[in-house]
Design a protein around this ligand. Sequence first.
Ligand code: C2E
Ligand code: MG
Ligand code: MG
Length: 588
Amino acid sequence: MKMNNETILVVDDNPDNIRLMGHILDAHYHIQFATNGEEALASVADNPPDMILLDVMMPGIDGFEVCRRLRQGERSRDIPVILVTALNDPAAEIRGFSAGAVDFLSKPVNPPVVRARVGVHLALKRQREALERTNRRLAEENARRMLLEEQLREQAEYDALTGLPNRKLFQDRLEQTILMVERNQGSFSLMFLDLDRFKWVNDTLGHDAGDQLLVEVSRRLRGVVRKSDTVARLGGDEFTVILSDILHESMAELVARKILEQLSTPFVLKGQEVTISGSVGIAIFPADGGDAQELAKNADCAMYQAKEGGRNAFRFYSQEINRQAHRRMRLEAQMRHACGTDEFFLDYQPKISLVTGCITGMEALLRWNHPEEGILFPKQFMPLAEGTGLIIQIGAWVLRTACRDAMVWDKEGYGSLKLAVNLSALQFREGDKLVELVEDVLQETGFPPERLELEITETMMMGNTEAVCATLHRLVAMGIVIAMDDFGTGYSSLALLKRLPIHVIKIDRSFVSDLRADSNTAFISAIISMARQLRLHVVVEGVETIEQLRIMEKQGGDDVQGFFFSPPLGKEGMLALLQGRIPLGGSN
Ligand code: C2E
Ligand code: MG
Ligand code: MG
C-alpha cells in the first residue's frame, strides 16, 4: 500500500535514471515509466497520471516538445510536468516554463529535493482540483437558482389555473404592442371578455366545476387566436385578447364572432352539459385610445354595453358608449345624493276585487324626481340602484314611507286595505337585516303585518333558494303576506312554489296585454287552476281594457290591477280615489 494513491509517470531514455527516480518515489506513489517522448504521450493518452517527471534531453521528440504537446491535450493539459535536466542553463528553464512546465529538477537529482518538489506540486494540484470542484458546485447551484427564479417569475406572470398570462403580463404585453404598432403606424384591437353565467355555474355546480369551466374556456380562446396574439386572464371570469395586427375592424369582428361561437358550444362539467355565453367589448388602437389605460377602459366599457344589451354579444367601443358610461356615472352620483333628499317619492296603484268591484289594497311604486331629467321610472334607474347596492337604502325608505302613508289612510277610515311593497333580490342577500328592517318599520309606524304584502320575483330564487326561503319563513311567521310578482316570466317550477311560503301570485301583465275576446286563454286558465289547487290568491296585472277585464272575470282571478281602473297615483291622488273624489275606471 502506497502512502498516496497518486500516479507519477517518469520519462527518461536512461533506464538507470528511471530506476533511481522509482527508488526515490516508490514508497509514496505509483510509478509508471516511459523511455521516450512518443511512449510518454501514448501512456498519458491511455491512462493519465497525476504528475510527470520529464527528461529534457531525449532522442526523438525532446522534453520541451512533449511538454508543449501535453499542454494541448484536453486530458493532459492540467497534469503538472516537472522537467529534469542536466543543463544548468537559465535559457533552458525559460524555454521549459514557456512550454508549460511547472518546475525544474537538475541532474544529478537530490532525493529529498525530488520528494519535496513532487509533494508540493501534487498538493497544489489537489488544491486546484478541490477549488475546481467547488467552482463547479457553485456554478451548478447558480444554475439551479436561476431556474427557480425563472419559475417564480412565471408564477408571478402567469395565471396558475389556466396557464394564461395574468394581469401584470397582460399590461406589459399591451404596452409593448402599443410601442410596436405605433412604430409601424399600424393598428391592433383589444378585447375584453366576460362570461355571462359564470357565477351561476360556481353557485350551483361548485367551484371545481367553475375552475374546470375556466380552463376549458382558456383552451378554446387560445384555439381561436393566432400564436402571436395574447389571451390573458385578468381574474375571475374576465379575459382579454390582444389581436396584435389587424388590417380592418372586420377582422376583430370575425374573431369576436368565433369567440362567442366557441363559448356557446356546450361544456361538459362534472358529467353535466352546461351552456353559457360571453360578452365581448372591442377597442381599436389608436382610434379608441392612445395609451394602454384608456384603451383598456374603453374595451371594458364596450363589454359592459354588450352585457347590458342582452349578453352573448360583442360591441365595438364608440363615443356613444362613452357618453352613456358618463351618464351612468353621473346618475350614480346623483342617486347617492338623492337618498338624503325628497327626490324619491311613491305612487300607489289600487287593486280591485273581481267579486265586489271594490278597492282591496294598493301597490307602492317608486319614482325619482330627477333635478335635470324630470320624473324617472324604475326601469330607468332600478338597474343602477341594484348595481350600486343603493337599493338597500332606497328600499328601506320605500317600506317606511309606504307604511306611514297607509297609516294616514287608516286614520281617514280606510283601515282594511292591503299595502303591497316590492322588494329587490339584493335586500334578500342579508336576510337578517331585511327581517330587522320590517320589524322596525312595523313597530315604528304601527302598521299591522297581516296587511303588509311583500312582492318578490321568481328570479330572486336563482342561486340561493335556501337562504331566500328561510328569510321568507321568518317574515311569514311575523304575519306578513308574500306575493310572487311577474309570475310566469321567470323560471319558477311548481315544486318551488309548493316549497315557498307564498300566498299570492301576480300574473305578469305580458300574459294579459295581448288578450282579446277571441284569444287563447289556455295558459292563464292553467295558471289559475294550479293556483287554486295550491290555495293561492291570484292578482292579474296590467288590465287595460274592458275586454281583458271580462276575460279575467271568466277565468276567475281574485283581484285585478291595471290602467283600466287607475294608473299609479300620488299619495294625495290615492286618497282622492278612496274618497270617491276621482272615479275609479270602469265604474261609470
Ligand atoms: P311591478 O311590481 O310588476 O309593478 C307594476 C308595473 O306595471 C308598474 O310599473 C305599473 O306602473 C305598471 N302597470 C300597472 N298597470 C299597468 C297597465 O295596465 N298597463 C301597463 N302597461 N303597465 C301597468 P312601474 O311603476 O314602472 O314599475 C316597474 C317595476 O319596477 C315594478 O314592476 C317593480 O318590479 C319595480 N319597482 C317599482 N317600485 C319598486 C320599489 O319600491 N322597489 C323595488 N325593488 N322595485 C320596484
Ligand atoms: Mg310589484
Ligand atoms: Mg309585476
